[in-house]
Design a protein around this ligand. Sequence first.
Ligand code: F6P
Length: 547
Amino acid sequence: MPSLDGLLDAHQKIMRHTRARHLLDDDQQRRRPFGFTLDDTLHVDFSKHPINDETIELLSQLCQHAGLESKRDAMVAGAAINTAEQRPALHMALRSGPGQRSYSADGEPVSAEVHRVLDQISDFCDSLQSGARRGATGQAFTHVVNIGIGGSDLGPRMVCQALRPYADTGLEVRFVSNVDPSDLENCLADMDPARTLFVVASKTFTTQETLTNAKAARRWLNAGLGLASDDVAQSGAHFVAVTAAPQRAEDFGIQASAIFPFWDWVGGRYSLWSAIGLPIALAIGPKRFVELLSGAHAMDEHFIAAPLDQNIPALMGALSYYYRNYWDAASHAVLPYDQNLEALPAYLQQLEMESNGKSITTAAEPVKAKTAPVIWGAAGTNAQHSFFQCLHQGTDTVTMDMLAAAKSPTQDQEQHQILLANFLAQGRAFLEGQDQALAKTRFLAKGMNDEQAELAAINSQIVGNRHITMMIYPELTPWVLGALIALYEHRVFVQAVLCDINPFDQWGVELGKVLAKEILPALNEDKLVEVDPSTQALMARLKAWQA
Ligand code: F6P
């Protein structure tokens, strides 16, 4: 009996020479649906992939063989599935509301505490809205600056941008993440210290970039308020913290009552549903933040309950694993046809590449599978004018997700139709491509002579048959966005299970942090540091230019 690996390898050899376009008309190979809709709202369409019933069957077997369902259920049960750090991974608990599924971490119920923090967030938002909470000079806050990086920045930043049409609280929310002082300076250039609130977001409250920026922000604020540079008392009203290390936040000078806690069982890149999402609630209001949570919860319940061959995250994750390991797809492009989702690819880069950019299995052995693809992308239609040429005629296999809303959040639905026409046209071009004969007729019709048309047709061949998932929804509401983000979180988990890696740790980012701390003194003073000759030479040249 050939192994599952053998079956998948043989299957892809057949499917490589199968046109997805022909499968669309082949009822014999496609008896089951290839599109799935969550709660009649988020529709995920796999029909443009070169896959058939047998593909789905094999991918379902792949998931069963890897124990996906039992590992998923262990995550839901709050088991320490983050094996390297011996922690649960309970981001699903953050979006399960009162009366919905209760969660426990290592046997300890957590849902009540989750809901208490949600109430703390709501009360805080109300206190700003009502003017009950004001700055040191008695003025109401008009601007919020979130200081954080990675999972303490990318999620809330992306959601605030995506839900900009819902930002009606009157608070302008901005984000600073980079230790490059230009980031903070650019952000604060037009701000009024008296009306600015800082959210210092850091799970560990040790991240160099975040603490450096928070100290610089406090210097800026105190200077603006005419306070001593190290004052923390009077400027305290302008700082809140979101962290799993509350004592460190208090040591930094943030009042205990202004600290929003979250927990070790929340991974940084899975934390926007926790108090890390405070900027979201401040921008769109706590009620809509709860709608975001509800959409994610709906996707969670689907992921928990749906049979594997109708399970949207399982199919998306298994397809990604299949293309990565059997089709050599090295990268995955996320192409939102929605300018407000422009930051989605950057958010998904951390979610997927920091989760699955691994090479050691959960058994601490070298991994056998190819793990995370490179995640990249940009908003359409802009992307059509930058890298779509490569997607249409390049030599590499790139898998793609394209997303679009039926309705525009603007008043200009007529122009939105042009966006949708491009979205559908590109999906069709990726599916069907363009053969030489068809291209030649088009060039002849444009008035080219036969020789010109022949040459142009050769250069215009497009293979098509690309691996593309199309996602559509009525409009980008908080609920839809929540469901979409949860879908990608679970897609990541499925791929991790199939690769047998831990998606919830990130040992690979620690080395750089240690080396930076070693180099900094040598950059600032004439201290020597043991570094390679290349780095030494660069340091010498940089310091000469700084002299
Ligand atoms: O990139 C490394 C990392 O630890 C991420 O996992 C995390 O989201 C980010 O840095 C920020 O960490 P913290 O929230 O603890 O400041």
